[in-house]
Write a protein that binds this ligand. Structure first.
Ligand SMILES: [Zn+2]
Length: 156
């Protein structure tokens, strides 16, 4: 039994729908001349604030910043690090042929989200299709079990 659920957009409550829309809107700011794949992410924190980010590619490729990392950096800059929910959406800039894909955070972003998840690893992750069709609702604990987290390090 996992905590994952395959949902439709209409299954989400209004707050979750708004967060997915914010992620979709953020994707419009993507700088993705190499992959031509736009990604947007939006974070809801315990203070009910939201932060959004878009992917930021680089000619070196390796310096690319993911949308989730950009949104996390915005939350961090505000000192608002108690993450409750992350919504992510991605799509080819040229348009989605047929059914829009559901994408999940990459491994690096899972690690970055886990940093702010706390011991319960219960940050919700909403992976939304760009056409507001399917949604994979899961948690960071499901996406990154046995994470190396702040509690893994001894305190000196
Ligand atoms: Zn990533």
């Amino acid at each position: 039994m996992t905590g994952e659920s395959e949902l439709t957009f209409s299954d989400l409550d209004e707050a979750d729908q708004d967060l997915c829309r914010l992620a979709r809107e953020a994707a419009a700011g993507a700088y993705a001349p190499y992959s031509r794949f736009a990604v947007g992410a939006a974070i809801l924190t315990a203070t009910s604030a939201t932060y959004a980010g878009a992917n930021l590619e680089n000619a070196s490729y390796g310096l690319t910043i993911c949308a989730e990392a950009a949104a996390l950096a915005a939350a961090n800059t505000a000192g608002d690090r108690e993450i409750r929910t992350v919504a992510v959406v991605g799509f080819p800039i040229a348009g989605v042929p047929g059914r829009a894909p559901v994408i999940t955070p990459c491994g690096r972003c899972r690690q970055m989200i886990a940093e702010f998840a706390g011991p319960a690893q219960d940050v919700r992750i909403l992976c939304c299709a760009a056409d507001y069709g399917r949604v994979l609702a899961t948690t960071i604990g499901e996406l990154l079990p046995h994470a190396f987290e702040p509690q893994s390090l001894p305190r000196f």
